[in-house]
Design a protein around this ligand. Structure first.
Ligand code: PLP
Length: 394
């Protein structure tokens, strides 16, 4: 009963391959497109993290492990939550997962089933839809308003909540918007969740990539009893903070009883995250943290580069305050576009060899946008933004 956004990412990737093959058939070489489509840092995983994995491989048996994650990593994660996110939990409140993706899927499976409804942002990271589909639950989109800094309104949520609603899902810093929810809004969202007896699921995968303001976790506003009742669930990942996308390590944080249920799902799905990846994650937490700020500074610089270029072309952009994306409105000056959905992105790829993700991939409200990733090189970002502006103006 809900529509999964079109897989714009897949459509654009398939077209890139087609263009490459067509060029080959003509005996030509088509250079690789400028990659602005991926939510993937263009940095190597820092050396001390890779080193920990190498040592594990050389010195250890790689056994099955606890489905919760090894206790030493859960303890380190509880410390990180206190140090970075500003709320108190113990190792028993943490479950290690294969990236944030697997944490989210396990949380959904632990909580919702057929007929249940989950309030999800529009636009959002599209796999929420696919994951809810696997549970038989229904995604009910609530709008993040481009005209209001991509923030949601409580009035809108009040209109959408029903007796079947189980979870309010929020994502800040947000993909694809780059919005960072202010403290007062977080407080209102928490109050809304309490009022309607909902779980508040907070996807904080970009918690350490913030350029202005601060990331506020709703958990900082809960007392210990509320935390233990398990109404709050936080989701985090190593993918973005430490350039570890392919290592597949993330974690969920919640009350102990709910964490046990989530671990049950994790056990059924994959038994455990590899010891190699967990040791690397431990090294990331114990080691120097300057790699985090170095990468964040690079995303910040590219954010400025992109917004300056867009302003110079007189093009609207909301300045993203966190994560590493920018949504760009690609309508012409009269506010129209003849290219709907993924068409702008396909034509841009053919004519300018720049790969972006169509806004239609993230929900129903962003068909007139494309998303660029700032996790590409400065040169690719600058070249890509110029191409988008020129093409949109044609
Ligand atoms: N949540 C959001 C908002 C994301 O953008 C992503 C990845 O792009 C994820 C979760 C999942 O990331 P991972 O599974 O690599 O931790």
């Amino acid at each position: 009963t809900f529509t999964i956004p079109e897989n714009g990412f897949g459509i654009v990737s398939a077209y890139a391959r087609q263009l490459e093959l067509e060029a080959q058939a003509r005996g030509e070489h088509r250079p690789a497109p400028r990659p602005l489509q991926m939510g993937e840092p263009n940095f190597l995983t820092p050396k001390h993290i890779r080193q920990a994995a190498i040592e594990t491989l050389e010195q250890d048996i790689i056994p099955y492990g606890p489905s919760s994650g090894w206790h030493w990593l859960r303890e380190l994660l509880a410390e990180k939550i206190e140090r970075v996110n500003g709320y108190h939990v113990g190792a028993e409140n943490v479950a290690v997962s294969m990236g944030g993706t697997n944490a989210l899927q396990s949380i959904f499976h632990a909580i919702v089933g057929h007929g249940d409804e989950v309030l999800v942002p529009d636009p959002c990271w599209p796999l929420y839809y696919n994951q809810l589909l696997t549970c038989g639950a229904t995604a009910v989109p609530y709008v993040l308003d481009a005209a209001n800094e991509w923030l949601p309104s409580i009035a809108d949520l009040e209109r959408l909540v029903t007796p079947r609603t189980r979870i309010l899902l929020i994502n800040t810093p947000g993909n694809p918007t780059g919005a960072v929810f202010p403290r007062a809004l977080i407080a209102d969202l928490l109050e809304f969740a309490r009022r309607h007896d909902l779980y508040l699921l907070s996807d904080e995968c970009y918690d350490q990539i913030v350029f202005e303001g601060v990331h506020v976790s709703p958990a900082t506003m809960l007392n210990e009893e509320e935390m233990e009742q398990g109404r709050f669930i936080g989701v985090y990942t190593f993918s973005k903070t430490y350039a570890m996308t392919g290592w597949r390590v993330g974690y969920a944080v919640a009350g102990k009883a709910l964490i046990k249920d989530i671990i049950g799902v994790l056990a059924a799905n994959h038994t455990n995250v590899s010891l190699i990846a967990q040791r690397a994650a431990g090294a990331a937490l114990k080691g120097p943290q300057d790699c985090v700020s170095t990468m964040r500074d690079a995303y910040h610089r590219r954010r400025d580069l992109a917004t300056d270029l867009l302003k110079a072309h007189d093009r609207y952009i909301y300045t993203p305050h966190g994560a590493f994306y920018a949504l760009i409105d690609v309508r012409d000056r009269s506010g129209h576009t003849s290219r709907k959905g993924s068409q702008f992105s396909l034509d841009l790829l053919r004519e300018y060899n720049v790969m972006v993700t169509p806004g239609s991939s993230f929900g129903a409200t962003t068909g007139d946008f494309v998303r660029i990733s700032l996790a590409a090189s400065d040169e690719d970002v600058a070249h890509g933004v110029r191409a988008i502006c020129e093409f949109a103006e044609r």
